[in-house]
Write a protein of this length. Structure first.
Length: 113
């Protein structure tokens, strides 16, 4: 069994599968003793279709979800299956939104001074 407190652990993304209304992302948690546990995180397909999440961001979002679970537990999370909520997707998208650049007219005004 992997000890989350004493062991150095590695969370490895393994891949995903489409499973009906969700995409399921698989991860393996490996401890320094070689033991491993599989974890699965799902995101609703509707979230992708509604542009609330990008396909290329999904593994990162799921990894962050698992890391939050590990941070709140002194041992392993009570489950190996999790779902990403709409609120978590919104938080991720807000945190990773492109930074707005100053407009060209604002730059010209600054250089005229």
């Amino acid at each position: 069994m992997v000890d989350l407190v004493g062991d150095a652990v590695v969370l490895q993304y393994v891949g995903f599968e489409s499973r009906g209304a969700v995409r399921e992302y698989a991860f393996t948690l490996r401890g320094s003793d070689g033991a491993s546990i599989e974890y699965f995180v799902t995101i609703a397909n509707d979230a992708f279709l509604a542009h609330r999440v990008r396909y290329q961001d999904a593994p990162d979002i799921c990894s962050l979800r698992l890391h939050r679970e590990f941070a709140t537990q002194t041992d392993h999370p009570p489950s190996t299956r999790f779902s990403v909520t709409d609120a978590e997707l919104a938080d991720y998208m807000a945190a990773h939104a492109p930074k707005t650049k100053p407009s060209a007219s604002a730059q010209r005004e600054d250089s005229a001074i």
